[in-house]
Design a protein around this ligand. Structure first.
Ligand SMILES: [Zn+2]
Length: 235
């Protein structure tokens, strides 16, 4: 128990860090609501911020409003089809370097080849499981990052600056074997799998319990995943 003494009087974070520069953002472009929901849930669990678009035109607006780290798109889209969307994204200076992952029900080789010529970095054929889509997305982001090393992705605010209120003790405890196992997460900075370390259960009272899972990336340091908000942040 001594090991966890540092959790006594632990501070809670009123608003999880989610500045655009440090939160990985994916733009999901798919006309099918079920597909978008599946992507949204899966990426959110993996610590991503998800922006959605139902057609090519909305995708362009979204991509220019908040530049995504990566675009996951269907080729079969209303208004502006996927191949044209790839071309437009590649031509715009703001989005020219953003990786594009096509996940499509299109199977005709000529169409898939057109998508790659238009600027898609990788193509997956549906059905693709969320795990595969996320893994491929992370691979593309990492590959893009090694090409452009100038962006300061590790410029994170100090957690101390966000401390606002102390938790009153009720039934706080720390454990390495929580009732519900910790989920698998990827490092949002270098995209490698995070190593689970420990869980802290706290909150203002038992009705409003909170749980934070702590993870470590060998390269990027320690991360906190708050289950209630499903936010992963660097600590
Ligand atoms: Zn990392």
């Amino acid at each position: 128990m001594v090991k966890y003494a540092r959790f006594e009087g632990m501070a809670v974070t009123a608003s999880p860090l989610s500045s655009p520069a440090t939160t990985p953002r994916v733009l999901v472009v798919d006309g099918d609501a079920d597909n978008r929901e599946l992507y949204r849930d899966s990426f959110t669990l993996a610590g991503w911020t998800v922006t959605e678009a139902v057609d090519g035109r909305e995708a362009l607006v979204q991509a220019l409003m908040a530049k995504p780290w990566v675009v996951v798109m269907e080729l079969r889209l209303p208004l502006i089809d996927g191949v044209s969307l790839c071309e437009i994204l590649r031509q715009d200076k703001a989005t020219a370097a953003v990786p594009i992952l096509v996940v499509t029900s299109e199977t005709r080789p000529a169409q898939l080849a057109r998508a790659e010529r238009a600027g898609a970095n990788a193509v997956l054929i549906k059905p693709s499981t969320p795990d595969v889509v996320i893994a491929e997305t992370q691979r593309l982001v990492q590959a893009a990052r090694t090409k452009t090393v100038s962006t300061p992705f590790r410029e994170l605010p100090s957690p101390a600056g966000h401390r606002t209120a102390l938790v009153k003790a009720h039934h706080r405890h720390a454990t390495r074997v929580p009732d519900v196992p910790a989920i698998t997460l990827m490092c949002p900075i270098c995209t490698q799998p995070l190593r689970y370390q420990e869980t802290f259960v706290g909150g203002v009272n038992s009705r409003h319990a909170e749980r934070w899972d702590y993870y470590e990336c060998a390269r990027c340091g320690r991360f906190q995943y708050r289950l209630r908000t499903r936010k992963l942040r660097h600590v």
